[in-house]
Design a protein around this ligand. Structure first.
Ligand code: ADP
Ligand code: ASP
Ligand code: MG
Length: 423
């Protein structure tokens, strides 16, 4: 008997009535193959952005609890509408909010972490032969019992968490591109679709800006053994399967170029050169849930001198980060400056672990293009450079070309098996 399948549809895939009906048809098709189906939906089109803009119209510093009440409404609309469309196709469907679906989170509004999925109500729906639609991106806090949201792109994580709780065969992420590419196809039109990608690489890609899958959804999937299959909601092409450890055999030198245009850099000057100075600064940021990415510290040259620390954070967190650090000024550091218009370009590939010279090539390619590198960070399989935001697009294109990631004869042909075979 076919197993349970979780299907997640992103914002573009449910943007208007026609697309909702198309998603409904796809969901019903899966049900008619005999699967139990749970569909997780995002808010329609740009709804979440519009809701954020509405909040900013009425408040310069919207209360996070109320923000979550507001933002969670977008996903509910999609689910109720899709349930109606499914009913019209002669199938039973029931829509649930994240809270009704049993998605329990911590208390951190707008960036909540899923703690538990109490999926009884979903199971009841499935047992009654209904298709269950769950509003993505949201849950209910375990102590406060308030509506929470999971951070931008969080419907992916809702879907994976539900797939884990139900022991689903696969979590299908239906989106507006055919799967995971060697670079964002909006920036590099000849980027190549990857039929498979390892968790290790996909985690690095998501962490460095490939928003096609939310980072947390990948972390959750890896730790709970959920199979992720990312594919187009517009056609039936095979898409990309994220492979578990041990499933990949070939390790391409470079798998993808990723980018982000949403970075801000903060620089703290006059940091005392003594144990605990950095700890105080970064504890203050952690306490307000600001995710710090790259950190560079310049040691003072003379004894008793003062150090300088620069780090990057998501631009959206700048206001909160400033508010958290200002009380420490004059004590943990002397002065603070911020540069808001930063971006980041990264190159990811498991093969670079065993191939020297990749970093040198990245720097040479960027230098030839006249792109100035502001900060550099590396992991065993990633090299990231912080650069000016308006140079990001060009940097992605030249790196993608320099590492010959498009076209024939590259990594996909060496992959051990295709997406369709992996399922
Ligand atoms: P959804 O609304 O379906 O969740 P998202 O906008 O969150 O869709 O993610 C899909 C988008 O991710 C694509 O439209 C594409 O522009 C972007 N993207 C960035 N990097 C990549 C990549 N390496 N492969 C595929 N898509 C990417
Ligand atoms: N609607 C939310 C967002 O735009 C969540 C999601 O789409 O995954 O970020
Ligand atoms: Mg998304």
């Amino acid at each position: 008997m076919p197993g349970t399948i979780v299907m997640k549809f992103g914002g573009t895939s449910v943007a208007d009535a026609e697309r909702i009906k198309r998603a409904a048809r796809r969901i019903v098709d899966k049900r008619e193959l005999g699967h139990a189906v749970v569909a997780v939906l995002s808010a329609r089109g740009k709804t979440t952005d519009e809701l954020i803009a509405m909040a900013e119209e009425v408040s310069s510093n919207p209360d996070p609890r109320e923000m979550d009440m507001l933002l969670s409404s977008g996903e509910r609309i999609s689910c109720a509408l899709c349930a109606m469309a499914i009913n019209d196709l002669g199938h039973r469907a029931i829509s649930l909010t994240g809270s009704q679906a049993g998605i329990v989170t911590d208390e951190s509004h707008t960036k909540a972490l899923i703690l538990d999925v109490r999926a009884d109500r979903i199971r009841e729906g499935l047992e009654e032969d209904s298709i269950v639609l769950v509003a993505g991106f949201q849950g209910v806090s375990s102590t406060g019992k308030d509506v929470t949201t999971l951070g931008r792109g969080g419907s992916d994580t809702s879907a994976v968490a539900i797939a884990a709780a139900l022991g689903a065969e696969v979590c299908e992420i239906y989106t507006d591109v055919a799967g995971v590419y060697t670079a964002d196809p909006r920036i590099v039109p000849d980027a190549r679709l990857l039929s498979t990608v390892s968790f290790e690489e996909m985690l690095e890609m998501a962490a460095s800006g490939a928003g096609v899958l939310q980072l947390r959804s990948l972390e959750y999937a890896r730790s709970h053994g959920v199979r992720i299959h990312c594919r187009s909601s517009f056609d039936d092409e095979p898409g990309t399967v994220v492979l578990a450890e041990g499933e990949t055999m070939e390790q391409p030198l470079i798998t993808a170029v990723t980018h982000s245009t949403a970075e801000a850099r903060m620089t703290l000057v006059g940091v005392p050169d003594e144990p605990g100075a950095a700890a105080r600064i970064f504890q203050a940021l952690a306490a307000v849930n600001v995710n710090v990415d790259m950190i560079v510290q310049n040691e003072p040259v003379s004894a008793g001198g003062l150090a300088e620390i620069s780090f990057t954070i998501p631009r959206d967190d700048l206001r909160v980060a400033r508010a958290a650090l200002e009380p420490l000024q004059g004590d943990a550091f002397g002065g603070l400056t911020a540069h808001e218009e930063m971006g980041k370009v990264s190159i990811v590939g498991a093969g670079m672990r065993s191939h020297p010279g990749v970093a040198a090539k990245v720097f040479a390619v960027l230098a030839e293009e006249g792109v100035n590198i502001d900060m550099i960070a590396t992991s065993p399989i990633k090299i990231s450079c912080v650069i000016e935001r308006d140079e990001v697009e060009r940097a992605v294109q030249v790196l993608h070309a320099a590492f010959e990631l498009s076209g024939e004869g590259t990594i996909s042909e060496e992959q051990p098996f295709k997406a369709a075979e992996a399922l």
